[in-house]
Design a protein around this ligand. Structure first.
Ligand code: BGC
Length: 407
């Protein structure tokens, strides 16, 4: 008998900049043209035009939910100038999901900002919250029928990105670093030297989240929350105090700020050690994934338990997955991750859904190499080829987890 409740959402996640293509008014697009060695997003997966096909694949496989984002840089290409055509585009996406019986989970901000917002000082500008709130107010007009809204994706990663940009400006960091691909430059050294992210970097995101939450609550009937990058951090007993300190500034600060939300979005991929000096970069290992992370399917259970303990909120797993070329590895990783999730549910944790990262092989923030998708995409023709993992996850969804069997 399945542990996963019948109303459990089974789905996959994406973000606009990573799949849409030609997000030309965003700060990421601008950066891609300037940083040597950084691959451009270009046409990405052309999902801006092919979103129906993407959603049909998802629904056809048996999944019941799709998490996607709406792009601030498109909706507000100049400060205060909103595009009705882009709002209508995202409304069509929501309608398509509803038509296909996919529960839409809509993200309002996923790493990319309008270029003008970045030029104005970005998240460190005194007007950041006001700017974000104006966008969210406008975006709330198209959210009718949406039951789940994520205000900001991984504010803790965002805070780290802002901190790294500041370090680059100050000449402390010589080379741009992808936020999600490890071991390319001196990021780990900087991160260890400046425990990430210090509270002043968290503050603007918390303020923006609370403002957005109030707007969404007033103007829609969606459940509202945000999604946190959960590191499943651990240490030896001697380093327990350092673990608490690092976890607090990097994670718990944001979990604590979500008290009063309707749910907490958990995003877990790997686990990471903290020693006396802070976060320990994942050591090289043949099992490491393409992004350099340790192969740790157990991270999901740890992350869900920790997030639930700190927030007391229902959990929605908004991202979990693996960058792998071998799809059997994706299935093996996800099987194990879901068993850990099932065991957390058995222990009484209120988990509302599992959204796999990602539906498509997409633009991994500066790189095209790490492939997280349930579906491969030819980047010249945009032809989509589902991998066996898509049908596999669909069968898990259709059997409410029964097909996972027992370990
Ligand atoms: C982000 C995604 C990213 C994924 C895999 C998360 O940090 O929200 O945008 O692609 O991890 O690295």
């Amino acid at each position: 008998m399945s542990t996963f409740p019948p109303t459990f959402l089974w789905g996959a996640s994406t973000s606009p900049h990573q799949i849409e293509g030609n997000n030309v008014n965003s700060d990421w697009w601008a950066r891609e043209g300037l940083v040597p060695g950084m691959e451009p997003s270009g046409d990405a997966n052309d999902s801006y035009h092919r979103y129906r096909e993407d959603m049909e694949m998802l629904a056809g496989a048996g999944l019941t939910s799709y998490r996607f984002g709406i792009e601030w840089a498109r909706i507000e290409p100049r400060p205060g100038q909103f595009s009705n055509a882009e709002l209508a585009h995202y409304r069509r996406m929501i309608d398509t999901a509803l038509e296909l019986d996919l529960t839409p989970v809509v993200t309002l901000h996923h790493f990319s900002n309008p270029r003008w917002f970045a030029e104005e000082g970005g998240w460190l500008s005194p007007t950041a919250t006001e700017r974000f709130a104006a966008y969210v107010t406008k975006a709330s007009e198209i959210l009718d029928g949406v039951k789940w809204v994520i205000t900001i994706n991984e504010p803790n990663m965002m805070a780290m990105m802002v901190m790294l940009q500041e370090a680059m400006r100050a000449g402390q960091l010589s080379q741009w670093q992808s936020p999600t691909v490890e071991g390319e430059s001196d990021r780990d050294r900087i991160a260890a030297a400046l425990p990430v992210p210090t509270p002043e970097y968290a503050r603007p995101f918390i303020a923006a989240h609370l403002a957005a939450r109030a707007i969404i609550r007033k103007r829609t009937d969606a459940k509202v929350g945000w999604s946190i990058a959960n590191g499943a951090l651990y240490s030896t007993p001697e380093n327990a105090a350092k673990l608490m300190e690092v976890r607090h500034s990097g994670e718990d600060l944001y979990l604590e700020a979500s008290v009063g939300d309707d749910f907490i979005g958990v995003q877990a991929y790997s686990a990471q050690e903290v020693d006396a000096n802070g976060l320990v970069p994942h050591p090289e290992h043949p099992d490491n994934t393409i992004t350099g992370a340790a192969y740790r399917p157990d991270a999901l259970g740890t992350a869900v338990r920790h997030a639930a303990a700190v927030t007391g909120l229902p959990v929605l797993v908004t991202e979990n997955g693996i960058a792998a070329t071998d799809d059997t590895r994706r299935i093996a990783y996800t099987t194990e991750a879901l068993r850990h999730l099932e065991s957390a549910i058995k222990d009484g944790i209120d988990v509302r859904g599992y959204l796999h990262w990602s539906l498509l092989d997409n633009y991994e923030w500066g790189h095209w190499g790490p492939t997280f998708g349930l579906v491969a995409v030819d980047r010249a023709t945009f032809v989509r080829t589902p991998k066996p993992s898509l049908a596999w996850l669909g069968s898990v969804a259709r059997t409410h987890g029964d097909s996972l069997g027992t370990a």
